[in-house]
Design a protein around this ligand. Structure first.
Ligand code: PMP
Length: 360
């Protein structure tokens, strides 16, 4: 089989150009005579790569000196717990729940701090966002946690709420790097890499430096963001290969014209797919409020779920893979991260129309 169009939600497709470069450098990276996986993270070659990657990420996202950038491990799930361990400092934290992952973040945080649910769209089945006026924010909260893009429910916040002086903490696992951001509006952003950034094993964390001092003295060093920041994410051995591939992705993004260009492409890709779903006469449907539809993850159902397995088999045979929906919502899901091309979306849309004609 030749390379397929991969719509997996994560681990997800990486740009061909990045994978080709990884292949070319596999046996001899940077003149070291070894692969990047086989050299010390304390060596000059790795340290130079690490420094360059941070600089590229800072330029892509416009991250200023007020924020530290960390390259950590543990998946986003570990940071559901580690974030409150570092910055809740005895106060309670507000959580806004707009899907599966926000609910999970709140549940895990509640093991280490007091959690208040400030708003939730659970009652509506996570098909939209709670109205801004319905957010019951606590002015004394340690932070407000949001999940700007819910990977399973396909719900995305296309704007940021005003939380006053309370720092916003955002799990951006499935949306970071999909568009430009105003980093100054965030206290802390974290994202696992395996969707829109690179291979699994790496977590990016962007944190306002003043929040680093909130860590209690009793917190062991390895969990402390301030210690990781002081050691430039080399407190212990980082996920060297994942970091290196992500660094190549940052370079690739710069070559593509940066995040403004990616945003235009991502919006166009999503618009094409939603138009195909909405225009299918009910053969396919996406029930998310159009104002909250995700650019990155598009869940959709077939009118006849009895056709799901046929849809999956035929799409895979046509070179379109990773379309099975998450078990929590069923049906299909097409993830359209940066590495997915408009050509791939076009093939999916054509396949869907043809499938509907044959099975409608
Ligand atoms: N948050 C979001 C928004 C996610 O999409 C995911 C993974 N699907 C996670 C958290 C969990 O990430 P990990 O498996 O890296 O812990």
């Amino acid at each position: 089989m030749t390379r397929a169009f991969n719509f997996s939600a994560g681990p997800a497709a990486l740009p061909d150009a990045v994978l080709e470069r990884v292949r070319d450098e596999m046996l001899d990276w940077n003149g070291t005579g070894a692969s990047v996986m086989e050299v010390s993270h304390r060596g000059a070659a790795f340290e130079a790569m690490a420094a360059q990657s941070e600089q590229d990420l800072r330029e892509l996202l416009g991250i200023g000196d007020d924020h530290a950038v960390l390259f950590l491990q543990g998946g986003a799930t570990q940071h559901f717990v580690q974030v409150p361990m570092n910055i809740a400092h005895g106060a309670s934290a507000d959580y806004v729940i707009t899907g599966h992952w926000g609910a999970r973040a709140a549940k895990l945080a509640s093991q280490v701090c007091s959690v208040r649910i400030a708003a939730s769209s659970a009652q509506g089945g996570f098909r939209g966002l709670p109205a801004a006026g319905d957010w019951q924010l606590d002015r004394n909260a340690a932070y407000v946690h949001i999940t700007p893009n819910e990977t399973i429910h396909g719900v995305e916040m296309h704007g940021l709420p005003d939380t006053g002086a309370v720092p916003i903490v955002a799990d951006m696992s499935s949306t970071l790097l999909s568009r430009p951001l105003d980093i100054s509006r965030y206290g802390l952003i974290y994202a696992c890499a395996q969707k829109n950034i690179g291979p699994s094993g790496l977590v990016l964390l962007i944190v306002r430096r003043d929040l680093l001092s909130r860590a209690p003295d009793s917190l062991p060093e390895i969990f402390r963001y301030d210690r990781h920041a002081a050691q430039r994410s080399l407190l212990n051995t980082p996920a060297t290969f994942s970091w290196y591939v992500s660094a190549l992705v940052f370079r690739w993004l710069r070559e593509q014209g940066g995040l403004q260009a990616m945003a235009q492409r991502n919006q166009a890709k999503a618009a094409a797919l939603y138009a195909a779903i909405d225009g299918s006469g009910g053969f396919y449907r996406n029930e998310v409020d159009p104002a909250a539809r995700s650019w990155m993850n598009v869940p959709f159902q077939l009118r006849d779920p009895g056709l799901d397995s046929t849809f999956l088999a035929e799409s895979a045979a046509a070179g379109l893979i990773g379309l099975k929906g998450h078990r929590v919502v069923g049906g299909m899901r097409a993830s359209l991260y940066n590495a997915m091309t408009m050509a791939g979306v076009g093939q999916l849309v054509d396949f869907m129309a043809d499938f509907a004609r044959r099975h409608g």
